[in-house]
Ligand binder design. Structure first.
Ligand SMILES: Nc1ncnc2c1ncn2[C@@H]1O[C@H](COP(=O)(O)OP(=O)(O)OP(=O)(O)O)[C@@H](O)[C@H]1O
Ligand SMILES: [Mg+2]
Length: 242
């Protein structure tokens, strides 16, 4: 089981301090939800976790190894820590299956015949068996987002990061994507989600972190954070979104 530990992580864009001393431990099988106002730093935090953004100070360790040192090769880290974004960014000229096969074939140098059955199994597991050979524009937004999740899972990550993956979807398509997360949760995947879906965070998170101006102002179980928030700013945020 993977353990990712962030210790006093700091990040600025120019003179704008975006992460101001983040301490967070992600342990195997847990689901952590990041909530907070627009601009509070949720996406930046996720991007720092899989080394899409360098940090200015603090450390990030994965199973005890400091992966935040300048010069550390991000590639193996990004194989272990997958990420899915709000915009699914599938290649339009490739079928769903080919989209999902692309990265693992490149990285592992594995042949198509060897990989295809394993990736096809992922499609089946997430209710997409009959959509594998479709092109993105033949799929609904919810299906495309599920393909994007399968594509990330095809790399066999140990941790998955999800950044507002339902925000661009029509309301009636949100449910099928959240069902995929429910399933991953049941299978014991370690996950960190930035989400505006408070009901979902409440239902499934082990820990909910409220981000405020680049700090984790408050964190706890969903019962604690939604039920009896301690900080005034948490209460104000929740009263706006609930
Ligand atoms: N590449 C960048 N260059 C400069 N500033 C950035 C960059 N990315 C993010 N920021 C700034 O960092 C701050 C935090 O942004 P971030 O996207 O992490 O917030 P967020 O909590 O994900 O917001 P939202 O809920 O709107 O997605 C914002 O002030 C944003 O303008
Ligand atoms: Mg964001």
């Amino acid at each position: 089981m993977p353990t990712l530990v962030l210790n006093n992580v700091q990040k600025s864009f120019g003179t704008n301090p975006v992460l101001q001393g983040i301490d967070l431990t992600v342990t195997g099988g847990q689901m952590i939800c990041l909530i907070g106002a627009s601009g509070s730093g949720k996406s930046t935090l996720l991007r720092c976790m899989n080394l899409l953004e360098p940090i200015d100070d603090g450390t990030i360790t994965l199973d005890g190894v400091d992966i935040s040192e300048p010069g550390y090769d991000p590639q193996p880290v990004r194989q272990r820590i997958g990420m899915v974004f709000q915009s699914y960014n599938l290649f339009p000229h490739m079928t769903a299956l080919d989209n999902a096969l692309l990265a693992p074939r490149r990285v592992h140098g594995t042949s198509r015949t060897e990989l295809e059955p394993k990736v096809a199994e992922l499609f089946a597991r997430f209710g997409l068996a009959d959509r594998m050979h479709h092109y993105p524009d033949q799929l609904s937004g919810g299906q495309q987002q599920r393909v994007a999740i399968v594509r990330a899972l095809a790399m066999k990550p140990q941790i998955m990061l999800f950044d507002e993956i339902t925000s661009a979807l029509d309301p009636e398509l949100v449910g099928e994507v959240l069902d995929v997360l429910r399933q991953l949760r049941t299978e014991g995947m370690t996950m960190v989600l930035a989400t505006h879906e408070m009901g979902f965070a409440r239902e499934l998170a082990d820990t909910v972190c409220f981000l405020d101006r680049g700090r984790i102002l408050e964190s706890g179980s969903p019962e604690q954070l939604f039920g009896t928030p301690e900080q005034e700013r948490t209460r104000a945020f929740l009263s706006r979104v609930l």
